[in-house]
Design a protein around this ligand. Structure first.
Ligand code: GTQ
Length: 346
């Protein structure tokens, strides 16, 4: 306990030293070093039925080229103005109309596209096109030229996941525009999947990136894996069946800064209460159900997106067999020895 007389002098003391850019730790220690995670991130859901029409409206207001990227950011209401869905990650829904091109650029930020609606648009990474189908995961490793195009007759929508806040935190952002709208097409479509994503790897392959060399993880294969595995009827109480997208070079996360996952919950399944230090963004691929996060309940169906903040107890209830995609900063936390989970015992 501080002496009574001295306690009166302390506020004045704090004010005085502030002019010299000094702050007493004893005033702020409690909020700096918390006994457990205290996140400004709020549990939130975006219904696809609400996002889709307003994004289409943007489709008639500006072209993909004018916008560079026609995206609506999913901004967490707990961090207004910060363009974040969690404290460390960014999410947006991107729309590209038939015939449009979103011009080539490259940046320090890593990105993935998780396809929500449409068939036949593409993302090209250094000229290698990956054509999109619903549920596909397409990677854009940091520092690589990428452009998007839509050769189909339908508008195409996808979820953009980027590590923008992580790069911002480190003040390490660089970005360049290509002199052409599209990077020259120098690699055959599907080359990276064939070369690195077939359980084979070129002899003496030396990776030049921490990101997986496989540019597309097709939903067809992901779903086949889940469908086969569900027949063995071995369910994780907290996750149902949950798979992680991996880099075949090292078996680690497909991207260094973002972990991506796909899980299946059988009809009627109720997961045990779970929490972890990585805030998770979920995108519903198939099925319907609800997720309880703390005392809030979110009812979801196909293409809805919701976020579970760090260290929030949550449970999923599947009304129908459901497939949920999710991503988080888990690989970063694990690399730094920070990641923790709590599998129940409420
Ligand atoms: O498609 O390259 O949602 O650079 C945000 C920044 C998408 C992209 C976003 C980007 C992109």
């Amino acid at each position: 306990m501080v002496d009574k007389e001295n306690a009166k002098k302390l506020p004045e003391y704090s004010d005085k030293i502030l002019a010299d850019n000094l702050v007493p730790l004893w005033d702020v220690l409690g909020k700096l070093v918390t006994p457990e995670p205290k996140s400004p991130c709020q549990p939130t859901m975006w219904k696809y039925s609400a996002v889709r029409p307003v994004l289409l409206e943007a489709g008639s207001l500006l072209t993909a080229k004018e916008a560079e990227r026609r995206v609506l950011i999913l901004e967490n209401p707990g961090m207004p103005g910060e363009s974040k869905i969690t404290t460390s990650l960014y999410a947006g829904i991107q729309l590209i109309m038939p015939g449009e091109i979103a011009p080539a650029h490259k940046h320090s930020q890593s990105a993935f596209r998780f396809i929500v609606e449409g068939e036949g648009a593409y993302t090209a990474v250094e000229g290698e096109k990956s054509y999109m189908s619903k549920g596909d995961l397409i990677l854009t490793p940091n520092g690589r030229w990428h452009d998007h195009g839509n050769e189909s007759e339908e508008p195409t929508f996808w979820l953009d996941g980027l590590d923008i806040p992580i790069v911002q935190f480190f003040d390490a952002s660089f970005m360049e525009h290509h002199s052409e709208d599209t990077h020259p097409h120098v690699i055959d479509d599907g080359d990276s999947v064939a070369r690195y994503g077939s359980g084979l790897m070129p002899v003496d392959f030396e990776p030049t990136s921490l990101t997986s060399p496989v540019m597309k993880y097709p939903y067809k294969r992901t779903k086949q894996a889940l469908d086969k595995m569900k027949q063995s009827d071995e369910w994780d109480p907290c996750h149902g069946l949950r798979l992680m997208y991996v880099n075949p070079v090292d078996g680690k996360s497909a991207m260094p800064t973002m972990g991506a996952f796909m899980q299946l919950l059988p009809k009627g399944f109720e997961t045990s209460s779970y929490r972890s230090t990585d805030a998770m963004v979920f995108s519903v691929v198939e099925g319907s159900g609800k997720t309880q996060i703390g005392d809030k309940v979110f009812e979801w169906g196909p293409n809805d997106i919701f976020v579970v903040p760090s260290w929030h107890h949550h449970q999923h209830f599947a009304d129908d067999e459901s497939v949920l995609f999710s991503y988080s900063d888990r690989p970063v936390q694990q690399a730094l020895g920070l990641w923790r989970e709590d599998r129940g015992n409420r």
